[in-house]
Design a protein around this ligand. Structure first.
Ligand code: FO1
Length: 320
């Protein structure tokens, strides 16, 4: 079933390419400044994994819990007030407890896995879970087909995303990244339609390589963005040469780029017309514009809901 396209009172729709926590905060800001029904989140599934027979979709969950008001804001993933009895029991047996699934969070993975095993699509299950949380924005996995991020480490070992991010605490050097399955994956129902219908397409301040990379790797998406480049506004996840969270700064350098707002512009210049960079990077404006992108300098650190709403409003006003 194709989800209904989102539309606000003025007909202006917004589609957002999303990774995890940075995207979740920007989405929370967006739904504070425009009708939530006008916002469609197109979410990375490259981080998805199977643990203990359960299908886990971390970026969809982070966004769902954030928009649903249940997230643990400080930790950045999982639910607030979580308990860990199941993990303690798993640990007691010597099971793989390095990837922490809280007791309530487990219910989400049980529900999703059960529905998928009955033949439901990831997008149908995502829509049901979002509705249960009272979310009025549309949440779409970028694809219902498997797309999995694999990282080749400098040591030669190849690992999946959660092994790299959680088990190895992203403290190992990476020499290549690939998105297995991406070239055969079909955009989920509603993805290309919502990108086509959006007045503004936003690339959230998410890791350009491992969060937005898998989204852009699904056939049809980067081509559509390149065609609509003037309507695409990206927000740099690199502030003052550093990622606010996670390994984006190191990955950019390890894969031959630069850990700066300019380095982000080099990655996204072909698919986005405008880059919003932080005030601390104001001196990079000319260098960003040298890549062919327009540049806006704004406060991009979403340290409070009001800061997120202000950034969201600035992003919507930033289109060339
Ligand atoms: N992140 C961690 O740093 N440690 C964890 O044990 C962990 C468990 C986890 C369980 C469910 C879930 O939806 C997300 C979880 N995350 C955990 C977050 C996740 O690994 C990353 O934040 C994202 O994949 C990156 O966007």
């Amino acid at each position: 079933m194709t989800p209904a396209l989102s539309r606000n009172d003025t007909g202006a729709r917004v589609a957002v390419l999303c990774g995890g926590v940075g995207a979740a905060r920007l989405l929370a800001g967006l739904v504070a400044v425009v009708p939530a029904e006008s916002v469609t989140a197109i979410v990375n599934v490259g981080d998805d994994t199977e643990m203990h027979g359960l299908y886990i979709s971390p970026d969809l969950d982070t966004i769902t819990y954030t928009l649903g008001g249940g997230s643990d804001v400080e930790r950045g993933w999982g639910l607030a007030g979580e308990t860990w009895a199941a993990m303690d029991q798993l640990d007691f047996y010597g099971g793989a407890a390095w990837f922490r699934l809280g007791d309530r969070d487990l219910g989400t993975h049980l529900y999703r896995t059960g529905r998928l095993s009955e033949g439901a699509s990831l997008s149908a299950v995502t829509a049901h879970i979002a509705r249960a949380w009272g979310i009025q924005a549309t949440l779409l996995p970028v694809s219902d087909d498997p797309v999995r991020t694999r990282l080749e480490l400098d040591s030669g070992e190849e690992v999946n995303f959660q092994e790299y991010f959680v088990r190895l605490r992203h403290s190992v050097a990476v020499r290549a990244v690939r998105f297995v399955g991406a070239e055969r994956a079909k955009a989920a129902p509603g993805v290309l339609e919502s990108l086509e219908a959006a007045e503004t397409i936003v690339i959230a301040p998410s890791n350009p390589i491992v969060s937005i990379g898998p989204v852009l790797a699904v056939p049809g998406i980067s081509e559509l963005l390149a065609r609509r480049r003037r309507d695409v506004v990206a927000v740099s996840p690199i502030v003052g040469g550093r990622a606010l969270k996670g390994p984006a700064d190191r990955l950019l350098v390890e894969l031959g780029g630069h850990a700066s707002a300019t380095g982000v512009a080099e990655v996204w210049a072909s698919v986005a017309g405008t880059l919003v960079i932080d005030e601390v990077d104001a001196d990079l404006r000319d260098a960003v514009e040298q890549t062919g992108m327009s540049c806006r300098v704004r406060a991009t650190v979403m340290s409070s809901p009001s800061a997120a709403a202000a950034l969201a409003a600035a992003v919507l006003a930033a289109r060339t």
